[in-house]
Design a protein around this ligand. Sequence first.
Ligand SMILES: C[S@@+](CC[C@H](N)C(=O)[O-])C[C@H]1O[C@@H](n2cnc3c(N)ncnc32)[C@H](O)[C@@H]1O
Length: 260
Amino acid sequence: MTESVSWTSYVDTRAQVEHERLTLLQEVFDPFSAQLLDRVGVAPGWQCLEIGAGAGSVARMLADRAGPGNVTATDMSTDFLEPLASSGIRVMYHDVTVDEPPGEFDLIHSRFVLEHLTRREEALRRMASWLKPGGWLVVECGAPAPELASDPVVGRALTAMAAMMSRLVGTNPTWARRLPLPLEDAGLVDCTAEAHVVPTRGGAPMARWLAATNRLVEEPAVDSGAATADEMATAYAAYADPSYVDYTWLTVAAMGRRAD
Ligand SMILES: C[S@@+](CC[C@H](N)C(=O)[O-])C[C@H]1O[C@@H](n2cnc3c(N)ncnc32)[C@H](O)[C@@H]1O
């Protein structure tokens, strides 16, 4: 079944500007992802699956730990992943919501994917079913927190961004706050979750990534009246100003394992 709204139908996943946005995302969030992989104990020989691999940095981290031949990187847009194939990583076009299981794994990870899927609970159950007994599922999801914004105009721009992503992509901006319950509902055991907050400092990668993500939906946000052009301009100015610092984005990570 084709979704009426989805990430790949809205975002130009082959554009250079999207590659730059994903590169910023990786720079900001890879250190936390690396900690999670190390905590789970990914080791040589583990069969690993990275779902919605984007520009591929987490798949590379998995390859460093498990060996490239043991890593599968999937996405519905694989252009940015092609360089991984030459290092021995298996790169696959794969829709997590409908396609056949890509194998059985000791570790399955996804970052900033489930919240964008309209059938996210079903996708999570599918992911859990691809684990070997004892295998770990680690998911990271974003939850914008405009209510925490100290500058109300920046808060309104963030609210507009979340509303537009919801309308145009199908994103649920608050679903991450239910973690780890969806992992428990999917039958996993030893489930835990935690939130991580990176400061948004003007000019730094986190602020540049938020600005780039805002730009993805700026036109429809202004056209629909969700935010004014002046409010967007104020938010961009803050995101470029090193004297601006705030904490308005939660990344919630949850992990659980399939019973032995
Ligand atoms: C926000 S990006 C995150 C990229 C990467 N996970 C990261 O954190 O660096 C979301 C990614 O999920 C992919 N995606 C969206 N829907 C998907 C689906 N149904 N199955 C597999 N991948 C999907 C997109 O193509 C995109 O690469």
